[in-house]
Design a protein around this ligand. Structure first.
Ligand SMILES: [Zn+2]
Length: 390
């Protein structure tokens, strides 16, 4: 029997599904100010599971109550490589549970689909990565080099988990990473970048009935919003076209006048300041008005890897072997922890994981069970092709 079939036999479909459900049942929405609402409990679960399976486990306290859990198999000796299977443990808010047809943290399994917050984004991908890596240990197949499973915190916000990882020994020795985010098991070679820009419009405070006494920043903000489509068209002209990704977009996401730290909104008061945040530069002049902007996040650049990259070749072959179909290539419509790995470490990343690409963050989020199992098999074959057996 080949090493691949030995390891694949240790990937149990029911186990992958049940592990996904167990992870989904542990809520891990990060709510600032609530010490109970962090990734801690799911991180504990992942840690215990990895220890039971015989991984070397490292807990990285990124901030109090929010640990990265890193499980490794093997060592990276001179001339060898280290491959990361990456997942995040946080999930976005479930919103109003009454809008869900299945309880958001119930992990109901109905007609081959697992329902709940984080099923697709991305506890299923994490479960698939855990089982795939454990299967090597169970099959007694030793890899040349190091296979790492990373369950990181805070992907949905500032990505502090992956930034922390990049500054640690296990992070610095990585040679490549598979990002297990929901991409319908396509091999995503490109990811979009993002800038969150906050525009602050300063006017002059006055009574709402005497607008001539003030300068209204809200009217200026309206013109700024109206200028967004023009900005988008300009960006599209200067940006290179991608085979896999949509052209750039400029999306207003937050409007506040006055912003909470400046004052309380009142119907009869023209505020001194109004702000808007764009998911992407514009200035609209008016006497007495000052427009400033600042980036809210650290810039996330777009990423790309070539098909000739060793990791991509290993995965393309892996899909054929493990899923018995030709690989499908694609692009990620947003950024992921992989963006930070690519920017900070310069390593190749491929995003590939189970779940419909549009379903994350929606009500009635789900993942197809068979896609989760397929992902685990693809990770096994890809890791074996990339690192090779001893
Ligand atoms: Zn995600």
């Amino acid at each position: 029997m080949t090493a691949l079939s030995q390891v694949l036999r240790k990937v149990d479909a029911d186990e992958v599904v049940e592990l996904t459900r167990a992870l989904v049942r542990i809520p891990s929405v990060y709510r600032p100010g609530d010490p109970e609402a962090t990734e801690a409990r799911v991180a504990d679960f992942v840690e215990a599971w990895l220890r039971r399976e015989g991984f070397q486990v490292e807990i990285q306290p990124v901030v109090p109550g929010r640990p990265n859990v890193i499980g490794s198999l093997g060592e990276k000796r001179p001339g060898q490589k280290s491959l990361l299977l990456e997942g995040h443990t946080d999930v976005v808010t479930e919103g109003d549970p009454a809008e869900w047809s299945h309880p958001p943290f119930g992990a109901d399994l109905v007609d081959g689909r697992i329902y709940g917050r984080g099923t697709a984004d991305m506890k299923s991908g994490l479960a698939a990565a855990m089982v795939a890596a454990a299967a090597f240990k169970r099959a007694g197949v030793t890899l040349r080099g190091k296979l790492v499973v990373g369950a990181l915190v805070d992907e949905e916000d500032g990505m502090i988990g992956v930034r922390h990882l990049c500054d640690t020994a296990v992070g610095r020795e990585l040679d490549a990473a598979i990002i297990c985010e929901p991409e319908e098991n396509e091999l995503c070679l490109e990811q979009r970048g993002v800038v969150w820009a906050r525009f602050r419009v300063r006017g002059k405070m006055a009574h709402g009935a005497m607008p001539e006494a003030g300068i209204n920043p809200i009217a200026c903000l309206g013109r700024l919003l109206a200028a967004a489509p023009g900005l988008e068209r300009r960006l599209r002209k200067v940006c290179e076209r991608s085979r896999y990704l949509r052209p750039p977009t400029v999306t207003p996401t937050i409007i506040q006048g006055p912003p909470p730290r400046v004052g309380v909104p009142q119907s009869n008061v023209i505020p001194a300041v109004a702000e808007t945040t764009f998911d992407s530069d514009a200035a609209v002049g008016q006497p007495g008005i000052k427009v400033e902007w600042e980036p809210v996040n650290a810039f996330r650049l777009a990423t790309r890897v070539d098909r000739s990259e060793a990791l991509v070749e290993a995965m393309a072959r892996g899909v054929k072997q493990a899923a018995r179909r030709a690989p499908r290539y694609g692009g990620v419509p947003g950024s992921t922890d992989g963006t930070i790995l690519r920017m900070q470490l310069g390593i190749p990343i491929v995003t590939c994981g189970p779940g419909d690409r549009l379903i994350p963050h929606q009500v009635d989020e789900f993942v197809a069970a068979d896609q989760v199992v397929e992902a685990a098999r693809i990770y096994v074959a890809s890791a074996l092709n990339y690192l090779e057996a001893e």
